[in-house]
Design a protein. Structure first.
Length: 327
């Protein structure tokens, strides 16, 4: 998407999930690729860069539970160190992938806008909230951080994940014939398709400084808040051969919140999300029915990020701090 908009892209990634490609047709190579841990970025990596879209990090709550300190080292300290190097290198725009999960324990409150109190309930969410605060302090006349508070992602990239709620329920429906909701179905989740999240990041890069400087934007559609039970019902509608099962075994998840997306929809220039939940579920259903999983289970390490990290440690190519020991 960035290339189609005329940008030249440098990619920087350590490659934890390099082997997890299931849709090679969806992968586009960067113009320049740097293989490096986000904790080890050097000033030369940022030479000539005009804007950073910072997506790197341990990406969901189970990973934070694995070792909270590693989450803080990568997601918080790594972010602030990168931003400091970027500012020193003259990078003008720093778009940070934050998360709506920083609203965490809002419970039954109404839809939350960007001024709502932050109530993170996991190491991952805490790392995002603290990163926002640290980046805000770095903002100056030449350095503009922008905070994308992304809703929970779904959809198919080159490396599809089945450890997020919509994709996970689709995987259950296709492989097991049951849409299995582990909670009591009542928690609220805001959702956003990965292509709409990508569009928002590019809009944040290209926007006039005055429109986005040192601001947060909730990223999603106006109709993007769903109770988990409703998500399950929409997945079941796309897989009519599957039954919907609300197990309730995890009870009422404390991570329950509804989000107001008005600001991004009205004040982030060019942002117009295109994906409905129904369309995204149909996309996943079509891909699965086309034989995409082959002999791999949807909850294997190829599709579940925590399992891939544990595999890397057990296989010896990652150390206990998730430092890469060999390719």
């Amino acid at each position: 998407m960035a290339r189609a908009r005329g940008h030249r892209i440098t990619g920087l990634d350590i490659g934890y999930f390099k082997a997890c490609v299931s849709r090679p047709e969806a992968e586009a190579a960067a113009d320049v690729q740097i293989v490096r841990d986000i904790r080890d970025v050097v000033a030369a990596d940022l030479a000539g860069v005009e804007a950073v879209i910072h997506l790197a990090g341990l990406s969901n709550d189970p990973m934070g539970a694995l070792n909270p300190q590693i989450t803080y080292d990568i997601n918080l300290e790594g972010t602030l160190r990168l931003a400091g190097l970027a500012r020193a290198a003259g990078v003008g725009r720093f778009v940070f992938a934050s998360s709506c999960s920083i609203y965490g324990a809002a419970g039954g409150a109404g839809a939350l806008d960007e001024t709502a109190p932050l109530e993170p309930v996991s190491a991952y969410a805490v790392s995002k909230a603290r990163s926002e605060a640290g980046l805000a302090e770095m903002a100056d006349a030449a350095f503009s951080p922008v905070f994308m508070r992304n809703a929970t992602a779904y959809g198919l990239g080159a490396r599809p994940r089945f450890d997020l709620v919509v994709n996970n329920l689709c995987g259950w429906a296709f492989t097991r014939g049951v849409v299995k909701v582990m909670s009591d179905g009542t928690p609220w989740r805001p959702l956003a398709h990965i292509e709409d999240i990508s569009l928002a990041a590019l809009c944040a890069v290209e926007a006039p400084r005055a429109a986005v400087h040192n601001q947060a934007f909730n990223i999603g559609r106006p109709d993007a808040n769903y109770q988990v039970r409703t998500i399950g019902e929409k997945v079941q509608a796309a897989f009519p051969e599957a039954r919907l099962e609300i197990t309730g075994e995890t009870g009422g998840d404390p991570r329950s919140y509804r989000v107001d997306f008005t600001k991004a929809l009205t004040a982030l220039p060019g942002f117009s999300p295109q994906w409905t939940l129904e369309r995204g579920v149909e996309e996943a259903a079509a891909w699965l029915r086309a034989g995409a999983l082959a002999d791999e289970d949807f909850d294997s390490r190829l599709f579940v990020r925590l399992k891939q990290l544990r595999y890397g440690v057990d296989a010896g190519w990652l150390d206990a701090d998730l430092r890469r020991l060999r390719p």
